[in-house]
Design a protein around this ligand. Structure first.
Ligand code: FAD
Length: 376
């Protein structure tokens, strides 16, 4: 890792987001959509598909520390980080890793330049935790798959030009028989619901998708048929590392802002941060967040060496997101009534934090998975 280059990259992300994101966030929160112009500007500035090779429009920054720095800066700019993470960390990396050269040629430059926006669609209306239990069917007819079914809670669901969709291509049981198809914007039979009215992360379009007799070219299949779940398992460490990065970056920022607040806010003639109860709570949280940072950095190093396995990725996602929720709740309490205001950093971050233990594998499902790996 080149620390000087990483710090230059951080400065450029910060400058870009201060200019191109922060002034527009209120507008995006109102419309529930990030403007396409932002995506194009992010592409021009080299923030999309950073890990992709230059041959396909990327910046060859495969070291995950770069992705982590971008996430940290998205959080600092109060930008809805999952929209970029889903695009960069999930979809672009699946196409890069498992796509053919023809697919890379077709899609990666657009994804890296912000001309194409991507979404990943796995969750279905009848349940998301049991992702092996998919009902969306893709039946091969000549050079097409005919897709019927539906997905829900899809990040970038309205904006997306490319939807990496998990479909059932065989009657095989459970996790077998799942394939990954890229469904493109203008595919006949694809319809999108209205943006879902979420509690938080307002500057993002989360939507339901419906597929009715959608003809998807066979050339849009990613990797081999019926082993999509295998690809998902391979992509899990990166996806969960990205959610953990959001967790740690958010917890750090929450503590930083709360410390400033409790030093200036006074009650009973003294700063609220000087009461022993609050000092000890903050001391505990500061210690835990520092442990989380070391844990995260270690996981990033392991990921870079291709050594972060799915169980370790589940563990870090579980622990850091639960910590984020705890930190957010305590920091909100320390802000008193101000913390409960909808448009304050603290109020918004408290709500945004809550979903972190739900998407990308709920804490309960992760505990099931981790405990199974322990032979239980
Ligand atoms: C803002 C947001 C963005 C999202 N973005 C995407 C996206 O881009 N793409 C996508 O595909 N999905 C996305 N999701 C969906 C998300 O991944 C699912 O919500 C999540 O996997 C949980 O599934 P579910 O909501 O169907 O809950 P359910 O599976 O119905 O679970 C309900 C409850 O039951 C618990 N439970 C389930 N199984 C067990 C068990 N074995 N033991 C104990 N408890 C259990 C769960 O932990 C949970 O508490 C998003 C969700 C949100 C809220």
């Amino acid at each position: 890792m080149d620390n000087r280059d990483l710090s230059k990259f951080r400065s450029s992300c910060r400058a870009f987001l201060e200019q191109e994101a922060r002034p527009f966030i209120a507008e995006w929160e109102k419309s529930g959509l990030v403007s396409r112009n932002f995506w194009r500007r992010a592409g021009e500035s080299g923030l999309l598909g950073m890990g992709v090779s230059e041959q396909w429009g990327g910046r060859n920054r495969a070291d995950y520390h770069y992705a982590a720095v971008l996430t940290e800066e998205l959080i600092r700019a109060e930008m809805t980080a999952p929209v970029i993470i889903a695009h960069n960390d999930v979809i672009a990396s699946y196409i890069d890793m498992h796509g053919t050269d023809e697919q890379r040629d077709r899609w990666l430059p657009g994804l890296c330049h912000g001309e194409l926006i991507a979404a990943i669609a796995v969750t279905e209306p009848n349940g998301g935790s049991d992702s092996a239990d998919l009902a969306t069917l893709a039946v091969r007819q000549g050079q097409y798959y005919v897709v019927d079914g539906g997905k829900t809670f899809i990040t970038n669901g309205i904006n997306a030009d490319l939807i990496l969709t998990a479909v059932r291509t065989s009657g095989a049981e459970r996790g077998q028989g799942i394939s990954l198809l890229v469904i493109e914007r203008d595919t006949g039979g694809l319809t999108r619901g209205d943006p879902m009215k979420k509690l938080g992360w307002h500057a993002s379009d989360t939507a339901s998708l419906h597929f009715s007799n959608c003809h998807v070219p066979v050339s849009n299949l990613i990797g081999k048929e019926n082993i999509g779940n295998f690809y998902f398992m391979g992509g899990m460490p990166r996806e969960r590392l990205s959610i953990s990065t959001v967790a740690v970056a958010t917890a750090e920022l929450l503590l930083e802002k709360t410390l400033e607040y409790v030093k200036s806010r006074r009650a009973f003639g003294q700063p609220v941060g000087s009461f022993q109860y609050n000092r000890f709570r903050l001391a505990d949280l500061d210690t835990e967040v520092k442990i989380a940072r070391i844990y995260l950095n270690d996981a990033i190093d392991k990921f870079n060496r291709r050594e972060l396995n799915v169980v370790e990725a589940a563990q870090i996602k579980l622990w850091t997101t639960e910590l984020q929720v705890k930190v957010a709740d305590c920091c909100m309490q320390l802000h008193g009534g101000v913390g409960y205001l909808r448009d304050t950093f603290i109020g918004k971050t408290w709500v945004n934090s809550r979903v972190q233990t739900i998407y990308g594998g709920t804490s309960e499902v992760l505990k099931e998975f981790i405990s199974k790996s322990m032979g239980l």
